[in-house]
Write a protein that binds this ligand. Structure first.
Ligand SMILES: Cc1ncc(COP(=O)(O)O)c(C=O)c1O
Length: 380
């Protein structure tokens, strides 16, 4: 056997990759599994996006290598989207970079800015990829606590007490996954000031801002953000296109250009038809967002019922694709979710997948139809 690289010794297979194999096995044994564990939108993408993809296949250039920067038309659509929805002005030529999903961006940004031994501020709880990518590159995750009593916002007093001399990047993600918490205006001002004081690049990972959220925010709207911040965004959740793999990076030219240096050595552009479809999705009217959210609103009411049936409590003022529910005291998340899977054939994510501060919580997805959620309630 050939020995794998040392970096692989510091990361484990993604929890959902492992768990979904177990869930698939249970299904193959005839168990009627209900999957409320993952956030893969089940609703249709915008019809125009599908049509544009189909129609593009006959274009002469459809099957060739595409620009590393994406079509100018796609970058313009991203710029218009940022202007219309976040009131942020960007240059299509220099300040946006289409990505093959925002998850890809997490790796490429990290590769562009981290040397082995550098440190990275990572939310606990938070999206597990920030830490695994950091470890893969030989850098060190420094977890910062998010807790319910602070509405899942970082405590800057505690952060200032840390030795920040080796910290190069800070990941933030609001509306926050897994808790659904929304950040205050003050938070964005504070994090920018913090980043400037300590010369840290802050990346706001922003894929959930249009899900059950009346006021979508971009960090780039805040004063001074372009000096020290980048923003990742994605069409995965906003337009039910997670399998298309389209994300975007926005921010100042120098940072974007550094990421492009990595990216242009790793991939060779995004398939033309996918870009054409993404352009149409990004042009969707206000009606798209209204009808998408009306479906999620109804589902969320049912998921709240399910959470109550499971003896959990939850905050009704959150955003995003999940309900983050608190277990009764002294109950361990993973034991609880394993039991629910065993007894009721319902797959739910334990809060600990997202970090130690997720202990005592579970995460329920809104990506199942109402009838399926009703069936889950009936089973419990
Ligand atoms: C917080 C967060 N960031 C990024 C991603 C990745 O999204 P994409 O499909 O754009 O790669 C996800 C996906 O679940 C997520 O929850």
């Amino acid at each position: 056997m050939i020995e794998v690289a040392d970096r692989l010794k510091h990361v484990e297979e993604y929890y959902f990759s492992k768990k979904l194999k177990e869930v698939a096995f249970l299904k193959s044994q005839g168990k009627p599994i209900i999957n409320l564990g993952i956030g893969s939108p089940d609703l249709e993408p915008p019809f125009k996006a599908i049509m544009a993809l189909g129609e593009s296949l006959n274009d002469k250039t459809a099957h060739k290598y595409q620009s590393y920067l994406g079509l100018l038309e796609l970058r313009e659509a991203i710029v218009d989207f940022y202007k219309n929805h976040y009131s942020v002005n960007l240059s299509a030529k220099t300040e946006v970079l289409p990505l093959i999903g925002s998850k890809e961006g997490i790796m490429h940004i990290s590769m562009a800015f981290l040397n082995p031994g550098d440190e990275v501020l990572i939310p606990n709880p938070g999206y597990p990829t920030y830490a695994s990518v950091t470890k893969l590159l030989g850098a060190k995750p420094i977890y910062y606590n998010l807790t319910e009593d602070k509405n899942w916002e970082p405590n800057f007093v505690a952060l200032e007490r840390l030795d920040l001399s080796k910290v190069k990047l800070m990941w933030i993600n609001y509306p926050h996954m897994p808790t659904g918490a929304k950040a205050s205006h003050k938070f964005y001002d504070d994090v920018i000031a913090f980043a400037k004081r300590h010369n840290i690049l802050v990346i706001n990972d922003n894929p959930y801002s249009f899900i059950l959220n009346k006021n979508p925010k971009s960090i780039l709207k805040y004063k001074g953000a372009k000096d020290v911040c980048l923003e990742l965004n994605s069409i995965s959740k906003t337009f039910n296109m997670s399998g298309w793999r389209v994300g975007m990076l926005a921010g100042n030219y120098d940072y974007i250009n550094s990421v492009l240096k990595i990216k242009s050595n790793v991939d060779s552009g995004m398939f033309y038809g996918i870009q054409k479809g993404a352009i149409e999705a990004l042009k969707s009217s206000e009606m798209w967002f209204i009808s998408l959210n009306s479906v999620y609103q109804q589902r969320r009411k049912l998921i709240w019922k399910l959470a109550t049936a499971l003896n959990c409590t939850y905050d009704e003022g959150t955003s995003g694709l999940f309900v983050w529910a608190k277990l009764p005291p002294h109950i361990k998340s993973e034991e609880f979710t394993n039991l629910v899977l065993k007894e009721h054939s319902i797959f739910i994510a334990p809060g600990t997948v997202f970090g130690s501060n997720g202990e005592g919580y579970i995460r329920l997805s809104l990506c199942e139809e109402e009838d399926v959620i009703k069936e889950a309630i009936a089973r419990v």
